[in-house]
Design a protein around this ligand. Structure first.
Ligand code: SF4
Length: 725
């Protein structure tokens, strides 16, 4: 058998590691890190080889499945796509355009076909009931970017490769390899900071794997990060250490920011945060003493009732200490396919906020979608404007959104549910029709999202490793196929139908090529330059990818035009943020009142719920355990290893407990993505190690008052020894 070597980018997390696959016939015989990849430099984590596990998974669907009275039945593609469009159209004809809701899951952003084609299908559906994994853990970061810089996708990333002091707040990149900071081989990158004489500080309610490596770790009470950040800014103003550098002319509203942080001294923040005032002052002092420093915050501060405020304050801290858009600070990637600079040409929106609100609680729209915390109650509504159809694409919201049990009950009331997914999982088991796309080794890939969030500018293209079978379809073919038939069912003009047909035939690579040509980077700046620069044909000739160099200062040139003709600027004190401070102040005493608070826990061998069916990753000792401080356990009469009942406002689950001293007192931690005991799934490996779902405890009614997104972290719970059966 002749072996061949195939290089591709791993799509299982944001890190974009380069993989080197040895393939014999139809089998992958080895997977290694690609040492010539300019971003990952040979690194992979245990999940990388799991791409093969997904490819070979006997539970992965290849053909459309229709639910019948006697079980799932395979049907042909034309029949399936016709049925999908006809039934969606029927629901909208009967109940109105907004009667079909849609949820797009996290794997969608790792898939070229879905990320480029799903927005058009959603526009054609025309429903204002759109939801996605964005409002699970990152929407407020985008909200801060929208309100401050004028574009929801203008998200800064830490220049980790050149900084001298990195402060990591509520993130565990040693396990995640960075989020909104694509940073493969993060351990080496953090150690490099230390090797060049710099330091790493971690602030987290748990002494995480990253904290173990850091020079300093501070425990912080879950949900209190906004207090900490405000007090850090307070110190900067108090000591008159504001340093604006080249951005002074475009910064607006310094006065209101100064006034806003004035009441939040470190002495006052010490109570809510659990960090004493001298430690906060020392933290700021050390940060400002470093020649180049960066504050990075992620999921831990992105999942509690004040997460919108946090990302505004993180940006302000980097800006005011002179560490924004400068080497070693908080910078912007300038990717070849620029979803910000080319947004208009690519039909990508710069953002919106509060154009409409959810019907039950009035939670605000952001970027065309509603917070997923409203999904269950929206599906339950039985008013003059009901939702009776539901589309999921690459999502498992029963396990990944708050109060999953309420959602699965709500799914039972639908007239039609369509899932584009290659698993029958806890969510898609409720569908009437499942359309499975090709697997991760069967389609091409260019990362249009994570190149824009990476710590180094690179461009990498992966061709398919295997051809698909005749009876398979790619994501873009499925999504465009539904859209074209929907337009046909509505009697839309032939021109509109032909445009979708043409996009389906062209394929996603043609859109990427177009993106290169209209991009503002050195390779673009217009069609003529683009033709001389980066192209798909060049990327096809360079299987390891192209190195486009370190992050570059790009402000203020990269700031987009503002609505209403206002000049591009950075708003240091957006009105919605200032207004939300009153809510924060009112919470001052609540933070210390909970007996126990539950936080999540990311694990290296897992990514949300979608890798639990890969035997190599699922093996080993059970990982769905509640971690707890031994002193809390002693107080509650709990022994190491025993089963405990964890109860929140919305439910009770049972899990084994692991005791230690890694968590601060009063905090317990459970990983997410488990709970595979639901009947009717086809995930044989995952079901054997079902675990319990943290989202059977998280509360859909507990939200960030600013953005309306769910507060998954810091959930008040009680923990008791499990009663014997
Ligand atoms: S760190 Fe992420 S991108 Fe790299 S091999 Fe692991 S899962 Fe894949």
């Amino acid at each position: 058998m002749v072996a061949r070597t195939h290089f591709r980018t791993c799509t299982l997390c944001e890190a974009m590691c380069g993989l080197q696959l040895e393939i014999e016939g139809e089998r992958v015989v080895s997977v290694k890190g690609d040492p010539d990849d300019p971003l990952s430099r040979g690194h992979i984590c245990p999940k990388g080889p799991a791409l093969v596990g997904l490819h070979e998974d006997p539970d992965r669907l290849r053909q459309p499945q229709r639910k019948t009275a006697t079980g799932w039945k395979s049907i042909g593609w034309d029949e399936a796509l016709d049925e999908a469009a006809t039934r969606l159209h029927a629901v909208q004809e009967k109940h109105g355009r907004h009667a079909v809701a849609a949820y797009i899951g996290n794997p969608a952003v790792h898939n070229l076909g879905t990320v480029l084609y799903a927005p058009s299908l959603l526009r054609t559906l025309g429903s204002r009931y759109r939801y996605s994994a964005t409002s699970v853990d990152q929407l407020p970061q985008m909200l801060a970017a929208y309100l401050m810089f004028g574009h929801q996708l203008l998200l800064p990333v830490p220049d980790i490769d050149r900084t001298d002091h990195m402060v990591i707040l509520g993130a565990n990149p040693l396990v995640s390899n960075g989020s909104i900071m694509s940073s493969p081989d993060i351990k080496r990158r953090l150690k490099d900071i230390q090797d060049r004489g710099g330091r790493v500080t971690v602030i987290d309610p748990r002494r995480t794997e990253t904290a173990e490596l850091a020079d300093r770790h501070l425990f912080v009470r879950p949900g209190s990060d906004a207090w900490l950040l405000l007090s850090m800014l307070h110190v900067v103003f108090e000591q008159d250490r504001v340093e604006l550098r080249h951005l002074e002319a475009v910064l607006k509203n310094m006065g209101p920011l100064r006034a806003a942080v004035e009441p939040f001294s470190p002495e006052r923040a010490a109570g809510p945060t659990g960090i004493d005032a001298p430690a906060i002052r020392r933290l700021v002092e050390d940060f400002m003493a470093a020649p180049r420093a960066v504050l990075y915050a992620r999921v831990g501060v992105s999942m509690h009732p004040f997460w919108g405020l946090c990302h505004w304050l993180v940006n302000c801290f980097n800006l005011l200490t002179g560490n924004f858009d400068t080497e070693g600070g908080s910078m912007f990637a300038t990717p070849a396919f620029d979803i910000v600079g080319s947004a208009k040409a690519l039909g990508i929106g710069g953002g919106s906020f509060g154009r409409w609100h959810s019907k039950v609680r009035g939670l605000p729209e952001f970027g065309g979608e509603l917070p997923v915390a409203t999904l269950a109650e929206d599906l339950e509504r039985d008013d003059e404007d009901p939702i009776r159809g539901f589309v999921t694409i690459a999502g498992n919201p029963v396990l990944s959104t708050p109060n999953g049990r309420r959602l699965e009950t709500a799914l039972e009331g639908l007239e039609f549910m369509l899932s584009v997914d290659f698993y029958i999982n806890e969510t898609t088991r409720h569908a009437d029709l499942i359309l499975p796309p090709s697997g991760p080794l069967e389609h091409s890939h260019f990362d249009v999202v994570f190149h824009a969030l990476a710590v180094r500018n690179t461009a990498k293209y992966s061709p398919p490793a295997f051809d698909i079978r005749q009876d398979q379809r790619h994501d873009h073919q499925i999504i465009a196929g539904i859209e074209r038939r929907l337009l046909e069912a509505r009697g839309a003009p032939r021109r509109a139908q032909a445009a979708v047909w043409a996009r389906e035939r062209l394929g996603p690579e043609a859109i990427v090529e177009f993106g290169f040509r209209v991009g503002p980077r050195g390779f673009g700046g217009g069609l003529r330059k683009g033709l001389r620069g980066l192209s798909m044909s060049r990327l096809r000739r360079e299987p390891h990818g192209v190195d486009l160099g370190p992050l570059q200062p790009c402000m203020p040139a990269r700031l987009p035009a503002r609505r209403g003709g206002a000049t591009p600027h950075i708003d240091l004190a957006p009105e919605p943020m200032l207004e939300d401070l009153a809510r924060l102040e009112a919470s001052e005493h609540d933070l210390t009142n909970h007996q126990l608070q539950l936080i999540g826990r990311r694990q290296l061998r897992s990514n949300n719920s979608w890798m639990h069916n890969v035997p190599k990753l699922a093996s080993g000792k059970p990982r769905c355990t509640l971690r707890m401080h031994a002193d809390d356990a002693k107080r509650l009469g709990i022994r190491d290893g025993q089963d405990v009942e964890i109860t929140s406002r919305v439910g009770t689950i049972t899990a084994p407990v692991e005791l230690g001293d890694e968590l601060m007192l009063g905090v317990v931690s459970l990983p997410h993505g488990f709970g595979h005991h639901r009947p009717g799934t086809r995930l044989r490996v995952a079901t054997e190690r079902a675990g319990v779902s943290i989202n059977d405890l998280t509360d859909d009614q507990r939200t960030d008052g600013l953005s309306g997104v769910a507060a998954f972290s810091g959930v008040p719970v009680t923990v008791t020894p499990s009663r014997p059966e």
